[in-house]
Design a protein around this ligand. Structure first.
Ligand SMILES: Cc1cc2nc3c(=O)[nH]c(=O)nc-3n(C[C@H](O)[C@H](O)[C@H](O)COP(=O)(O)OP(=O)(O)OC[C@H]3O[C@@H](n4cnc5c(N)ncnc54)[C@H](O)[C@@H]3O)c2cc1C
Length: 380
């Protein structure tokens, strides 16, 4: 569907589609998933064609693109490989958006050109073993010691920390009355001595993977601070809003790919002398999925538009995250059912969507937490 996309946005989508048709085939994606290897070649191909600079200003090598441009790019990327979209989004959100909004001139000059060229990649470390949904209760400490911070503690479920060059890390810098106060965000070189990383085996998301990160007397320069000391929680909330646009766009692209694969299968798989797509039970599954896909896709573009107008509220973000996460999960599950036993086989790609989509209702804020936010916005 084209909605109200401009000719430039349609050209962007076509360009990314043609590039990824070559660089990110289903076979390539299956190899990355099976080997637990990030899609570096596809990532670098996008970087070579300048797509990592989409939202950066021209002075840093970018093209100053809009939230809708980004949604179009990430949906098309997710349509080839969700994890490629999720890897890219970290560069846009943490390496570009967060630094442009909160960074010093020196930080912008250091990070932005190398983010745009694809030289630097990123992770985001908020969650800890004892603070998941209640993220602001985090305890990993950063203490000032002259012109350095000393970091001690542990972060949990940090996607791609082991393959990232830098991580935006949320840390407790002082104890204050409200737990949201006293948090700071630091941009940390992931190879700093004292950082130990362990990959956590998971159901899906095998290419980028997730990690546990332990900090033991890690010394980083005080210039690593992004924004003001003790005021990092608002940076976390703001970047999470941006993250949810990106994640949702990539995931709806992935849901569309699963849907198209299953639709083709339903038209060609013969049972009882007919294509299974001629049975009403299968047809209705596709009708339901089509409604979910169109609704979720429309909501991604609506949210991008709200961001461009500066009108995106916390509840709008929660509606988007909840709707897209649950739709992607349901669509992947339904597509697996359409393929029957072949859906359950690792030789067919649908099982990967089923595994990967399970994270969509958990990571970056669970569906239950999104519903809490929506209910609170209604005065409940
Ligand atoms: C593969 C993977 C990748 C991830 N990547 C990252 C990353 O890159 N960076 C990062 O910082 N984090 C990351 N996370 C962490 C993720 O955001 C958290 O797992 C998530 O926020 C939930 O926290 P939790 O797992 O501790 O669950 P908990 O908070 O313990 O929740 C457990 C259950 O209780 C429910 N629950 C909790 N509180 C409430 C409440 N108030 N009302 C109703 N229900 C409630 C939850 O919805 C959930 O069903 C990742 C997680 C996974 C699994």
């Amino acid at each position: 569907m084209n909605f109200g996309l401009t000719s430039d946005q349609l050209a962007l989508r076509d360009h990314v589609k043609n590039l990824l048709d070559k660089e990110c085939s289903l076979e390539y994606v299956a190899r990355c998933d099976e080997a637990g290897q990030p899609p570096r070649e596809a990532f670098q191909a996008l970087a070579r064609h300048g797509w990592l600079g989409l939202i950066a200003p021209q002075e840093y090598g970018g093209v100053n693109g809009s939230a809708t441009d980004l949604a179009v790019l990430l949906e098309e990327t997710g349509h080839h490989f969700e994890e490629l979209g999720l890897w890219l989004f970290r560069s846009y959100t943490f390496g570009c958006y967060a630094i442009l909004k909160n960074g010093t001139e020196a930080q912008k000059k250091f990070f932005l050109p190398k983010t745009v060229s694809g030289e630097f990649t990123y992770a985001f470390a908020l969650t800890e073993p004892d603070s998941g949904s209640d993220a602001a209760s985090l305890r990993t400490k950063a203490e000032l010691d002259g012109d350095h911070f000393i970091i001690n503690g542990r972060k949990q479920f940090i996607s791609g920390f082991d393959i990232a060059d830098y991580a935006l890390v949320a840390l407790r810098t002082s104890q204050q009355a409200k737990k949201q106060q006293g948090i700071s965000t630091l941009l940390i070189d992931t190879k700093t001595p004292g950082i130990e990383v362990r990959r956590i085996p998971t159901l899906g998301q095998h290419a980028i993977g997730t990690t546990e990160v332990t900090f033991t007397n890690v010394r980083v320069p005080a210039t690593s601070l992004l924004g003001e000391i003790d005021k990092g929680w608002s940076i976390c909330e703001d970047t999470l809003r941006y993250e949810r646009l990106c994640l949702s766009a990539a995931r709806i692209g992935a849901a569309r790919q699963a849907f198209e694969f299953a639709l083709d299968y339903a038209k060609n798989r013969i049972q009882f002398g007919k294509p299974i797509g001629s049975f009403q039970a299968i047809q209705h599954k596709f009708s339901d999925m089509k409604v979910m896909l169109d609704t979720a896709q429309t909501m991604v573009l609506r949210y991008a538009w709200l961001m461009e107008q500066g009108q995106a509220q916390r509840a709008d973000t929660a509606v988007l995250k909840y709707l897209v996460g649950e739709s992607y999960k349901t669509i992947s599950d339904t597509c697996l059912q359409v393929l029957g036993g072949y859906g359950y086989c690792n030789e067919y790609p649908i099982q990967r969507f089923f595994r990967d989509s399970r994270l969509a209702t958990i990571g970056g804020g669970t569906s239950e937490i999104q519903k809490n936010i929506i209910a609170a916005s209604l005065g409940l």
